[in-house]
Design a binder for this molecule. Structure first.
Ligand code: PMP
Length: 316
């Protein structure tokens, strides 16, 4: 089943959204078709996961403060100074999840958007914040290693629309790559920079493994400064796996021992094939597995040292 269907097929009748200063039933939450952000993509957003732990009967929101810190920084790029502190936004988010009554895995979508209602590109000093949460399982298949392609679409550059900003309009770029991949029978697309070096996958960062060393593309190669990426650095350090940030050439993708993608949606997903070439032996590699094992336990609150990443929704 397409993971996206999981959201739409479940009933959202009891869910709430916070929009323009009010809590409203999610299915009634609407904004005007005149909204600048709708007309021109002038919004920034985050994607945050909450993981249910049945033994603890709690939902743990992952890296909540980090997401809102990134969002507030991104706001500067769009000249939107968000009034609420990261802590206030985090509190509001917990409140929304509680109001929805979720006891399952969820995905939270906050947005800050240009809210003026008029035609014209220039920006008014008017913006609003919204947040909602929906149930969500895996975004990418976990049943087998992923089958990727290098996209024919290039990654947007910092001086076009800064990729680190998570601007909604810029997501057409990664959507083109994701759509091209799905149409071609692949799971996801990898985007190259204009100079032909690797940037990231569509909505996720990329790691390769060469001779026991983890390598990921650096922040200046037009990637989002991923929060899962930083979690991988921390886990790698703990597991004493050397880790480098450096430019990656396309041919290294075919040459390396392992590849995995990481992101809030993607979690940590092993790659079996790129452009129909087998990566390693075509299975999720041993270093990827080690990192996955820690990550999936950590996000459900089963590893004490990583509890600092988690905000409990119910047992507060
Ligand atoms: N790159 C892009 C373009 C993304 O949209 C995402 C998802 N937010 C990521 C990487 C991974 O970032 P994070 O780990 O913070 O979810």
């Amino acid at each position: 089943m397409d993971p996206h269907e999981q959201v739409s097929s479940r009933s959202l009748a009891n869910a709430y959204a916070y929009v323009e200063g009010k809590f409203v039933p999610l299915l009634d939450a609407k904004i005007s078709i005149m909204t600048h952000a709708f007309l021109y993509g002038s919004a920034i957003f985050e994607g945050i996961r909450g993981y249910y732990n049945p033994e603890h009967d709690d939902v743990y929101i992952l890296r909540l403060a980090d997401h809102y810190t990134r969002m507030r920084n991104n706001g500067r790029i769009l000249m939107m100074d968000m009034e609420q502190t990261a802590q206030q936004l985090a509190d509001l988010t917990v409140e929304i999840v509680r109001k929805c009554g979720y006891h399952e895995d969820i995905y939270i979508r906050p947005m800050a958007y240009k809210s003026a209602q008029r035609i014209g590109l220039r920006w008014d000093q008017q913006h609003e914040f919204l947040v909602f949460a929906v149930p969500m399982g895996s975004y990418l298949t976990k049943e087998r290693p992923l089958n990727l392609m290098v996209s024919s679409w290039r990654r947007i550059q910092d001086n076009a629309i800064p990729p680190r900003a998570k601007v909604s309009g810029s997501y057409v770029n990664v959507s083109l790559a994701a759509a091209e991949a799905r149409e071609g029978g692949f799971d996801e697309g990898i985007l190259l920079n204009e100079d032909g070096t690797v940037s990231e996958a569509a909505g996720m960062n990329i790691f390769i493994v060469r001779s026991g060393t983890l390598i990921t593309t650096p922040v200046y190669d037009n990637v989002l400064e991923g929060i899962t990426r930083s979690a991988v650095f921390e886990i790698a350090q703990e597991l004493k796996i050397p880790c480098e940030e450096r430019t990656i050439n396309r041919s290294e993708l075919y040459f390396c021992d392992e590849v995995f993608l990481c992101g809030t949606g993607a979690e940590i997903s092993g790659v079996g094939f790129i452009d129909r070439r087998k990566i390693g032996n075509g299975e999720t590699g041993p270093i990827t597995k080690k990192i996955q094992d820690v990550y999936f336990q950590a996000v459900r609150g089963n590893i004490p040292q990583y509890k600092k990443w988690l905000t409990p929704v119910w047992n507060r």
